[in-house]
Design a protein around this ligand. Sequence first.
Ligand SMILES: *Cc1c(COP(=O)(O)O)cnc(C)c1O
Length: 415
Amino acid sequence: MKREDLLKVTEEFGSPIYVYDAEKIISQYKRLNNAFKKVKHLRLHYAVKALSNLSVLKLFNELGSGLDTVSIQEVMLGLKAGVSPEKIIYTPNGVSVEELEKAVELGVQINIDNLIVLEQFGAKHPNVPVCIRINPHVMAGGNTNISVGHIDSKFGISIHQMPHIIRIVENTGMNINGIHMHTGSDILDIGVFLHAAEILFEAAQNFKNLDFIDFGSGFKVPYHANDIETNVEELGEQLSTRFNEFCKSYGKNLTLAFEPGKFMVSEAGQFLAKVNVVKQTTSTVFAHVDTGFNHLIRPMFYGSNHEIENVSNPNANKRFYSVVGYICETDTFANNKMISEIREGDFLSFKNAGAYCFSMASNYNSRFRPAEVLCYKGEAHLIRKRETFDDLVQNQVEVDINLNANKKTSVSEPA
Ligand SMILES: *Cc1c(COP(=O)(O)O)cnc(C)c1O
C-alpha cells in the first residue's frame, strides 16, 4: 500500500491502527489455490485465529474459502460471517465432549485430538462424522512455542497410538471421515510437509470412509526483503502428485485440505503507530510509540521480527533506533533497527501485522484496543472501531466494600 494512503488512514481514523490490504489477501488465497490446481478437490480453510474480524471472514467466504476454528466462539463468528457450517472445521485442543457436542449442533466438522475424548464421543455419537488429529512427530516450526509436532507436544494423537485409535473406532463403530495434522508454524523445508504427508497416507489406509485429508498449515512467509519463505508452488507440484497417487490406490477422490492463517493474512497487514517521544540516552536512541505489547505482542512473546518503516519521513538518512512502546514494563518492538530519521509525530508502520497481531491484542494497562481498517481498490473501510472507556467498564460490576460497616457489626456483636 502507498504511504500517502496509510497516512490518510491515520488522519481519518487515528492511531494506533491496523490496516489490511484486501488485494494481498485475495492474491495469497489464489496463489495457494493455484499451486494445487492438479488436485481435483481442494479446500482451503482459513485459520480464523490469525485474524478474526468479521469483514475479513466475509472476504474469505466470498473467495470460496472454508474456515479452521479452534473455539466455539470462532465457529460462531464464522457462521455470523455467512460461512456455511459444512465448510467450517473445528479443531480444538483439550476441550470437553460437551463443547464438541455444541459444535456438532452448529453443524460443523469436528476434529478430535485425544484418545479419551475420541472414545467417549464415539460411544455416545457413533454416527457423527469425525476427523482425527494425528501427531506425526515430525519436527517442524520456527520456535518451540509454535512447533507442535514434537514428541512432548500436547497436540494430536500420536501416530504410535494408531492401534489404539483403530480399536476405539472398531469398538464404537464410529465414522471417521477425515484425518488431519498440523505440525507447527514457519515451516521452511517442504520436505517436512512431504515426510509428514507420507505418514498421514499410511495412517489413512486404516479408515475406509474418508472424505478428506487435512495437511494443516505452517507455511512460512517472508518477514523482510530477501527473506526465505515456504515454496508453495513446489510443494503444490510434489504433494499434488503424491496425493493423486494415493487417491488412486485408496479408490476415491478425496479432498485435500489446508488451513493456513499466517500465509493468508500476515503480509496483508500493517500496524501504524505515532511516535510520541524521541529520547537520546547514553546508549541508544529510543523512539517511543503510542502503543505497546498490549497491541502487538509478537516481538516480546516470540522474538518475532517486524520490519519498521517511517512512513512520514521515508527518504531521510537512516539511523539506528530502539523502538519501544508505552507499557510500564519492558516493551521493545525492535533494537538497533536502521530506520529513516524519526521525528516526534512521525508515523511508523510495522509490517507483517496481519496474522496474530490484533487477534492477540489486550487491554493491558487499561488501554483501548486499536481500530482496524480494510482497504480495497483504494478505499479504506473501517471494520472495527477503536474502543472507548465504556468498553473498558461495561462488564465490570462495581461493588462497594464498606469497611466501616464491617467494623460496626463486629463491635456490636452480642455478648
Ligand atoms: C494455528 C493453526 C493453524 C494456522 O497456522 P498458521 O501457521 O497461521 O498457518 C492451522 N491449523 C491449526 C489446527 C492451528 O491451530
